[in-house]
Design a protein around this ligand. Structure first.
Ligand SMILES: NC(=O)c1ccc[n+]([C@@H]2O[C@H](COP(=O)([O-])OP(=O)(O)OC[C@H]3O[C@@H](n4cnc5c(N)ncnc54)[C@H](O)[C@@H]3O)[C@@H](O)[C@H]2O)c1
Length: 400
C-alpha cells in the first residue's frame, strides 16, 4: 500500500511498514488542510502526530485512504465520527509511554523527599546550604496511588522495588500487584499516605475531584504529585496548602490550562513556590516512548491491512481475528441493522463455503464481521454483498 508518514514519525515505523511490503513516503512537518487535500489522493495509509488535523474536507478528498495511524496518545486532531462513517480505521498508542510517566514520578518522589528543587535553586544562586533538615529517604514511606490502571500499577511495582509501601484506591475493582494494599476509600488513602500520586483518567466526573477538602485530609508534611490530567486538581487550593506547609512538596506535569504553542507563556498559580517541580506535560515524552509508539501504531496499521484486525481502533468496532493460515477471510464493515449476519452467511452457504471462524463486534451505528472460510468465494457473490445497502466496505484476504 502507499503510505504517507508526516511529522517526523520514528524510523522504526518505516522499518515495520516496509518489512510488510508497503511503500512509505516520509515528510518532516505537518500539512495544512489544503495541503492534505492536494496530497492525500492515492494515499492508502496515513501516519500523523498531534499537529495534523483531519477534517471531513480532508477525508472527502482522501478517496483511497483506508486507515490513519495517530503516532501519539491523543486523537482529538481527527474527526473520528467522520472517519468512522467513511469506514476509515483510526489507531493510536494509548499506553506506549506508561513506563516514561512512571520513571518521572519515581524521580520526583525522591527529588521532593530530598528537597532537590530548593537545593538546586540555591546552588544556582551561589548559596551553599549543606543541611539534612527536611531531607528524607523514601524507603519505608507510604505511597498512595489514586487510579490503579496502566500507569498506577506499573508505578506500584517500581515503587515497591525502591522499598516504598504502596497503597492504592481505584473506583474500579483492580487486582493488587506485589504487596500493595487496596484502600476502601479515597479518604482512607489520604489519611495514610506520605506521598499521594494521581493517575486517574480524564472522564468528565473527575474534573476538580481533588481540591481543598482532599488536601486537608492528607497527612501533615505529605507530598503531592499529579501527572494525570490538569483538570482534576484545584491548583489554587494546592498553592494554599503548600504555603501553609501542610503539603511539603509537589510535582505537577499537567495543568488545567496549558500553552497551546511552544514558547507561549506558562501561566499558573503554582509558579514561584519552593519545593515544587513544574514540568511541561512531558511525563510520556521520551525517545523510548516515541520508538514504542512507532512500533505499536505501525503494527496496528500492518495488521489491519494484512488481516482485517481492528483491535484497539478508536473509531471502528474492534475485532481481533486470529492469523489467517489457510482458506479465505472476508472482512465486512456495515451499518448495524438486524439481519446482516444472516445475509452474509446465506451468501456463503449458497457458495458452498465452509465457515471455520466468525468474529463480530458492533460500535454505535456500525457492525464489523470477519469470517474465515475454507473455500474461495466467487467474485459474483462478493459483488452481491458489496452492493447491499448496509455495506460500508467488504475486503477479502488470503494467507500471507
Ligand atoms: N503526563 C503525561 O505525559 C501522561 C502520559 C500518559 C498518560 N497520562 C495520563 O495518566 C492518566 C492515567 O493513565 P493510564 O494509562 O494509567 O489510564 P488507565 O485508564 O489505564 O487508568 C486509570 C485508572 O483510574 C481509575 N479511576 C478513574 N477515576 C477515578 C477516581 N475518581 N478515583 C479513583 N480511581 C479512578 C480507573 O478506574 C482506572 O483504573 C490518564 O489521565 C492519562 O491521560 C499522562
Amino acid at each position: 500500500m502507499k503510505v504517507l508518514l508526516l511529522e517526523n514519525i520514528h524510523p522504526v515505523a518505516v522499518e515495520t511498514l516496509e518489512a510488510r511490503g508497503h511503500e512509505v513516503e516520509l515528510r518532516a512537518g505537518s500539512l495544512s488542510e489544503d495541503e492534505l487535500i492536494e496530497t492525500l489522493p492515492g494515499v492508502e495509509l496515513l501516519g500523523i502526530r498531534s499537529n495534523t488535523h483531519l477534517t471531513p474536507r480532508v477525508f472527502e478528498a482522501a478517496t483511497e485512504l483506508t486507515a490513519v495511524g495517530c503516532f501519539c496518545i491523543g486523537t482529538n486532531q481527527v474527526d473520528l465520527v467522520d472517519a468512522a462513517a467513511r469506514g476509515i480505521a483510526v489507531f493510536n498508542a494509548p499506553y506506549s509511554n506508561t513506563r516514561s510517566v512512571v520513571e518521572l514520578v519515581i524521580g520526583e518522589i525522591i527529588a521532593l523527599a530530598r528537597r532537590l528543587p530548593e537545593k538546586t535553586a540555591k546552588m544556582h544562586a551561589g548559596v551553599w546550604d549543606k543541611s539534612a533538615a527536611g531531607s528524607h529517604e523514601v524507603r519505608g514511606r507510604t505511597l498512595g496511588i489514586v487510579g490503579y490502571g496502566n500507569i498506577g500499577t506499573q508505578l506500584s511495582n517500581l515503587a515497591e522495588a525502591l522499598g516504598l509501601r504502596v497503597i492504592f484506591y481505584d473506583t474500579a475493582d483492580r487486582l493488587a500487584h506485589g504487596n500493595a494494599r487496596r484502600m476502601p476509600s479515597l479518604d482512607a488513602l489520604l489519611a495514610a499516605a506520605d506521598v499521594v500520586s494521581l493517575h486517574v483518567d480524564g472522564r468528565p466526573g473527575n474534573a476538580g475531584f481533588f481540591g481543598d477538602e482532599q488536601f486537608q485530609k492528607m497527612k501533615p508534611r505529605s507530598m503531592f504529585i499529579n501527572a494525570s490530567r490538569g483538570m482534576v486538581v484545584d491548583d489554587v487550593a494546592l498553592r494554599a496548602h503548600i504555603e501553609s506547609g501542610h503539603i511539603s512538596g509537589a510535582a505537577l506535569d499537567v495543568f488545567p490550562v496549558e500553552p497551546k504553542v511552544q514558547g507561549d507563556e506558562f501561566e499558573s498559580v503554582l509558579r514561584g513556590l519552593d519545593n515544587v517541580i513544574l514540568t511541561p506535560h512531558v511525563g510520556g515524552s521520551t525517545q523510548e516512548a516515541q520508538e514504542e509508539i512507532g512500533w505499536f501504531v505501525a503494527g496496528k496499521l500492518a495488521s489491519f491491512v494484512a488481516e482485517g484486525s481492528t483491535a484497539l481502533s478508536v473509531d471502528l468496532p474492534a475485532v481481533q481475528p486470529p492469523p489467517l493460515t489457510e482458506g479465505i477471510r472476508l472482512a465486512y464493515l456495515h451499518v448495524n441493522v438486524p439481519g446482516v449476519l444472516a445475509e452474509v452467511n446465506a451468501y456463503l452457504a449458497a457458495e458452498g463455503a465452509n465457515v471455520v471462524g466468525q468474529y463480530l463486534a458492533t460500535r454505535g451505528e456500525q457492525g464489523y464481521v470477519v469470517t474465515d472460510a475454507t473455500d474461495s468465494i466467487s467474485d459474483a457473490a462478493l459483488d452481491k454483498l458489496r452492493s447491499s445497502p448496509q455495506t460500508i466496505w467488504l475486503r477479502s484476504y488470503s494467507p500471507a
